[in-house]
Design a protein around this ligand. Structure first.
Ligand code: ATP
Length: 244
Protein backbone atom coordinates (compact mmCIF):
# COMPACT_ATOMS: atom_id res chain seq x y z
CA UNK A 1 0.00 0.00 0.00
CA UNK A 2 1.29 3.45 -0.83
CA UNK A 3 0.14 6.45 1.15
CA UNK A 4 -2.20 7.39 -1.71
CA UNK A 5 -4.02 4.04 -1.86
CA UNK A 6 -7.54 4.18 -0.41
CA UNK A 7 -8.29 1.50 2.17
CA UNK A 8 -10.98 -0.01 -0.06
CA UNK A 9 -11.15 0.66 -3.77
CA UNK A 10 -13.90 -0.95 -5.83
CA UNK A 11 -13.81 -0.44 -9.59
CA UNK A 12 -16.44 -1.43 -12.13
CA UNK A 13 -17.56 -4.38 -10.05
CA UNK A 14 -19.89 -6.89 -11.69
CA UNK A 15 -21.53 -9.90 -10.09
CA UNK A 16 -24.81 -11.73 -9.82
CA UNK A 17 -26.47 -15.09 -9.74
CA UNK A 18 -26.12 -17.31 -12.80
CA UNK A 19 -27.07 -15.32 -15.86
CA UNK A 20 -28.60 -12.46 -13.88
CA UNK A 21 -26.21 -9.60 -13.29
CA UNK A 22 -27.00 -7.67 -10.08
CA UNK A 23 -23.92 -5.46 -9.66
CA UNK A 24 -23.36 -3.77 -12.95
CA UNK A 25 -20.28 -1.58 -12.95
CA UNK A 26 -20.24 -0.50 -9.32
CA UNK A 27 -17.42 1.80 -8.15
CA UNK A 28 -16.52 3.63 -4.95
CA UNK A 29 -13.62 4.02 -2.58
CA UNK A 30 -13.20 4.76 1.08
CA UNK A 31 -10.56 5.36 3.71
CA UNK A 32 -10.50 4.66 7.44
CA UNK A 33 -13.98 6.12 7.92
CA UNK A 34 -17.62 5.09 8.17
CA UNK A 35 -19.52 4.91 4.89
CA UNK A 36 -23.16 3.93 4.45
CA UNK A 37 -24.73 2.30 1.43
CA UNK A 38 -28.44 3.07 1.24
CA UNK A 39 -31.11 2.25 -1.31
CA UNK A 40 -34.42 0.60 -1.92
CA UNK A 41 -35.04 -3.13 -1.54
CA UNK A 42 -33.53 -5.30 -4.20
CA UNK A 43 -30.99 -2.77 -5.48
CA UNK A 44 -28.12 -5.14 -4.73
CA UNK A 45 -26.84 -4.02 -1.33
CA UNK A 46 -26.55 -7.51 0.12
CA UNK A 47 -25.07 -8.76 -3.14
CA UNK A 48 -22.41 -6.05 -2.85
CA UNK A 49 -21.48 -7.17 0.68
CA UNK A 50 -21.47 -10.84 -0.33
CA UNK A 51 -19.31 -10.09 -3.36
CA UNK A 52 -16.79 -8.03 -1.35
CA UNK A 53 -16.30 -10.92 1.07
CA UNK A 54 -16.14 -13.58 -1.64
CA UNK A 55 -19.44 -15.37 -1.03
CA UNK A 56 -20.77 -14.35 -4.43
CA UNK A 57 -18.18 -14.67 -7.21
CA UNK A 58 -17.51 -11.50 -9.17
CA UNK A 59 -17.69 -11.57 -12.92
CA UNK A 60 -15.74 -8.39 -13.56
CA UNK A 61 -14.02 -5.38 -12.07
CA UNK A 62 -11.52 -5.00 -9.24
CA UNK A 63 -11.59 -4.95 -5.46
CA UNK A 64 -8.48 -3.66 -3.68
CA UNK A 65 -7.94 -3.56 0.06
CA UNK A 66 -4.98 -1.36 0.98
CA UNK A 67 -3.72 -1.85 -2.57
CA UNK A 68 -4.01 -5.65 -2.55
CA UNK A 69 -6.32 -7.29 -5.11
CA UNK A 70 -8.98 -9.37 -3.38
CA UNK A 71 -10.97 -10.52 -6.37
CA UNK A 72 -11.10 -14.24 -6.86
CA UNK A 73 -9.78 -15.05 -3.38
CA UNK A 74 -11.62 -17.46 -1.08
CA UNK A 75 -13.78 -15.95 1.70
CA UNK A 76 -11.38 -17.13 4.46
CA UNK A 77 -8.44 -15.54 2.66
CA UNK A 78 -10.36 -12.29 2.25
CA UNK A 79 -11.25 -12.28 5.95
CA UNK A 80 -7.64 -12.82 6.96
CA UNK A 81 -6.53 -10.17 4.46
CA UNK A 82 -8.49 -7.66 6.53
CA UNK A 83 -12.13 -7.60 5.60
CA UNK A 84 -14.44 -8.67 8.44
CA UNK A 85 -18.14 -9.30 7.82
CA UNK A 86 -21.27 -8.96 9.95
CA UNK A 87 -23.86 -10.59 7.70
CA UNK A 88 -27.55 -9.81 7.58
CA UNK A 89 -29.42 -12.11 9.93
CA UNK A 90 -26.31 -12.47 12.17
CA UNK A 91 -25.74 -16.18 11.36
CA UNK A 92 -24.91 -17.37 14.86
CA UNK A 93 -24.89 -20.90 16.23
CA UNK A 94 -28.05 -21.44 18.34
CA UNK A 95 -26.43 -24.05 20.59
CA UNK A 96 -23.15 -22.21 21.30
CA UNK A 97 -22.87 -19.72 24.14
CA UNK A 98 -21.63 -16.17 23.69
CA UNK A 99 -18.29 -17.20 25.22
CA UNK A 100 -18.01 -20.16 22.86
CA UNK A 101 -18.69 -18.01 19.81
CA UNK A 102 -15.91 -15.63 20.79
CA UNK A 103 -13.55 -18.42 21.87
CA UNK A 104 -13.47 -19.72 18.30
CA UNK A 105 -11.43 -16.69 17.25
CA UNK A 106 -9.77 -15.89 20.57
CA UNK A 107 -6.44 -17.49 19.72
CA UNK A 108 -6.08 -15.45 16.56
CA UNK A 109 -7.00 -12.30 18.54
CA UNK A 110 -4.55 -12.84 21.41
CA UNK A 111 -2.33 -9.84 22.06
CA UNK A 112 -4.21 -7.65 19.61
CA UNK A 113 -6.67 -4.78 20.17
CA UNK A 114 -9.88 -6.81 19.88
CA UNK A 115 -9.98 -9.81 22.21
CA UNK A 116 -13.12 -11.36 23.76
CA UNK A 117 -12.53 -9.21 26.86
CA UNK A 118 -12.36 -6.05 24.74
CA UNK A 119 -15.61 -7.07 23.04
CA UNK A 120 -17.21 -7.45 26.49
CA UNK A 121 -16.02 -3.95 27.39
CA UNK A 122 -17.54 -2.57 24.21
CA UNK A 123 -20.83 -4.42 24.85
CA UNK A 124 -21.27 -4.92 28.63
CA UNK A 125 -24.65 -6.50 28.00
CA UNK A 126 -22.91 -9.37 26.21
CA UNK A 127 -20.64 -9.95 29.21
CA UNK A 128 -23.75 -10.46 31.35
CA UNK A 129 -25.02 -13.02 28.85
CA UNK A 130 -21.73 -14.78 28.21
CA UNK A 131 -22.96 -18.21 29.30
CA UNK A 132 -26.21 -18.03 27.34
CA UNK A 133 -26.74 -19.83 24.05
CA UNK A 134 -27.24 -18.02 20.75
CA UNK A 135 -30.90 -19.05 20.66
CA UNK A 136 -31.54 -17.46 24.09
CA UNK A 137 -30.26 -14.03 23.12
CA UNK A 138 -32.45 -11.10 22.13
CA UNK A 139 -32.09 -9.71 18.61
CA UNK A 140 -29.95 -6.86 19.93
CA UNK A 141 -27.67 -9.20 21.87
CA UNK A 142 -27.30 -11.39 18.80
CA UNK A 143 -26.30 -8.36 16.74
CA UNK A 144 -23.74 -7.31 19.36
CA UNK A 145 -22.31 -10.82 19.28
CA UNK A 146 -22.17 -10.81 15.48
CA UNK A 147 -20.27 -7.50 15.57
CA UNK A 148 -18.01 -8.70 18.38
CA UNK A 149 -17.16 -11.90 16.53
CA UNK A 150 -16.21 -9.88 13.44
CA UNK A 151 -14.03 -7.56 15.53
CA UNK A 152 -11.90 -10.50 16.72
CA UNK A 153 -10.40 -10.65 13.24
CA UNK A 154 -8.79 -7.29 14.07
CA UNK A 155 -9.38 -6.26 10.48
CA UNK A 156 -8.97 -2.68 9.24
CA UNK A 157 -12.42 -2.82 7.60
CA UNK A 158 -15.70 -4.21 8.92
CA UNK A 159 -18.64 -4.63 6.53
CA UNK A 160 -22.06 -4.70 8.23
CA UNK A 161 -25.23 -5.66 6.38
CA UNK A 162 -28.36 -4.08 7.88
CA UNK A 163 -27.16 -4.13 11.50
CA UNK A 164 -30.17 -2.16 12.77
CA UNK A 165 -32.77 -4.44 11.20
CA UNK A 166 -35.55 -5.30 13.62
CA UNK A 167 -33.86 -3.71 16.65
CA UNK A 168 -35.29 -1.36 19.28
CA UNK A 169 -34.03 2.25 19.18
CA UNK A 170 -32.00 1.83 22.39
CA UNK A 171 -30.08 -1.06 20.82
CA UNK A 172 -29.51 0.87 17.61
CA UNK A 173 -27.98 3.59 19.80
CA UNK A 174 -25.51 1.04 21.18
CA UNK A 175 -24.52 0.03 17.65
CA UNK A 176 -24.17 3.64 16.53
CA UNK A 177 -21.85 4.31 19.49
CA UNK A 178 -19.84 1.19 18.65
CA UNK A 179 -19.36 2.34 15.05
CA UNK A 180 -18.15 5.74 16.29
CA UNK A 181 -15.70 4.08 18.65
CA UNK A 182 -14.34 1.86 15.88
CA UNK A 183 -13.80 4.78 13.54
CA UNK A 184 -12.12 6.74 16.35
CA UNK A 185 -9.71 3.79 16.61
CA UNK A 186 -9.03 3.79 12.88
CA UNK A 187 -11.24 0.82 12.00
CA UNK A 188 -13.26 1.54 8.86
CA UNK A 189 -16.92 0.56 8.73
CA UNK A 190 -18.93 0.01 5.56
CA UNK A 191 -22.54 -0.29 6.60
CA UNK A 192 -25.51 -1.22 4.44
CA UNK A 193 -28.70 0.21 5.87
CA UNK A 194 -32.32 0.28 4.82
CA UNK A 195 -32.95 2.56 7.74
CA UNK A 196 -31.91 6.08 6.82
CA UNK A 197 -31.88 7.50 10.33
CA UNK A 198 -29.54 4.79 11.56
CA UNK A 199 -27.35 5.12 8.44
CA UNK A 200 -26.99 8.86 8.90
CA UNK A 201 -26.04 8.50 12.54
CA UNK A 202 -23.41 5.92 11.72
CA UNK A 203 -21.78 7.59 8.71
CA UNK A 204 -21.31 11.02 7.15
CA UNK A 205 -20.94 9.65 3.63
CA UNK A 206 -24.13 8.17 2.20
CA UNK A 207 -23.72 6.28 -1.07
CA UNK A 208 -27.00 5.64 -2.85
CA UNK A 209 -27.32 2.36 -4.69
CA UNK A 210 -29.65 2.07 -7.67
CA UNK A 211 -29.83 -1.04 -9.86
CA UNK A 212 -26.42 -2.38 -9.01
CA UNK A 213 -24.45 0.86 -9.14
CA UNK A 214 -23.58 3.72 -6.83
CA UNK A 215 -25.71 6.40 -8.40
CA UNK A 216 -25.15 9.34 -6.06
CA UNK A 217 -23.42 10.42 -2.88
CA UNK A 218 -24.81 12.75 -0.22
CA UNK A 219 -23.96 13.79 3.27
CA UNK A 220 -26.34 12.50 5.91
CA UNK A 221 -27.56 16.03 6.52
CA UNK A 222 -28.42 16.53 2.85
CA UNK A 223 -30.44 13.33 2.71
CA UNK A 224 -32.31 14.06 5.93
CA UNK A 225 -33.18 17.58 4.76
CA UNK A 226 -34.41 16.53 1.32
CA UNK A 227 -37.65 14.52 1.22
CA UNK A 228 -37.47 14.66 -2.60
CA UNK A 229 -34.16 12.76 -2.57
CA UNK A 230 -35.50 10.30 -0.03
CA UNK A 231 -38.53 9.69 -2.19
CA UNK A 232 -36.49 9.30 -5.34
CA UNK A 233 -33.77 7.05 -4.00
CA UNK A 234 -35.17 5.33 -0.95
CA UNK A 235 -38.90 5.10 -1.50
CA UNK A 236 -41.81 6.53 0.39
CA UNK A 237 -41.67 6.36 4.16
CA UNK A 238 -37.89 6.05 4.38
CA UNK A 239 -37.76 8.26 7.47
CA UNK A 240 -41.05 7.61 9.21
CA UNK A 241 -40.70 6.91 12.91
CA UNK A 242 -37.49 7.16 14.90
CA UNK A 243 -35.74 4.37 13.08
CA UNK A 244 -38.34 2.76 10.82
N1 ATP B 1 -29.27 -16.10 -4.06
C1 ATP B 1 -29.85 -15.39 -5.06
N2 ATP B 1 -30.16 -15.97 -6.24
C2 ATP B 1 -30.74 -15.27 -7.23
N3 ATP B 1 -31.05 -13.96 -7.17
C3 ATP B 1 -30.77 -13.33 -6.03
C4 ATP B 1 -30.16 -14.00 -4.90
N4 ATP B 1 -30.01 -13.10 -3.90
C5 ATP B 1 -30.50 -11.94 -4.37
N5 ATP B 1 -30.95 -12.06 -5.63
C6 ATP B 1 -31.52 -11.00 -6.46
O1 ATP B 1 -30.55 -9.99 -6.60
C7 ATP B 1 -31.17 -8.70 -6.57
C8 ATP B 1 -30.50 -7.87 -5.49
O2 ATP B 1 -30.74 -8.43 -4.21
P1 ATP B 1 -30.02 -7.93 -2.88
O3 ATP B 1 -30.49 -8.81 -1.76
O4 ATP B 1 -28.57 -7.82 -3.12
O5 ATP B 1 -30.63 -6.48 -2.75
P2 ATP B 1 -30.71 -5.54 -1.48
O6 ATP B 1 -30.53 -4.16 -1.99
O7 ATP B 1 -29.81 -6.03 -0.43
O8 ATP B 1 -32.20 -5.73 -1.05
P3 ATP B 1 -32.80 -6.19 0.35
O9 ATP B 1 -32.64 -5.03 1.24
O10 ATP B 1 -34.21 -6.52 0.00
O11 ATP B 1 -32.00 -7.41 0.79
C9 ATP B 1 -32.64 -8.92 -6.33
O12 ATP B 1 -33.30 -8.86 -7.58
C10 ATP B 1 -32.69 -10.32 -5.77
O13 ATP B 1 -33.90 -10.95 -6.11
Amino acid sequence: MTKDDPLLDVRDLRSGYGASLVLDGLSFSMGAEAVAIVGRNGMGKTTLCDTLVGFVPQSGGEIRLAGRRLDGLAPETIAIAGLAYVPQGRRLFPSLTVDEHLAMLARRARGRRWTPEAVYELFPRLAQRRHHGGAELSGGEQQMLAVGRALLLNAPLVVMDEPSEGLAPAIVDVLVDAVHQLVAENVAVLVVEQNLRAAVRMADRQLVMVSGRIEAEFTGEELLDRPDLQHRYLGVGATTGEYA
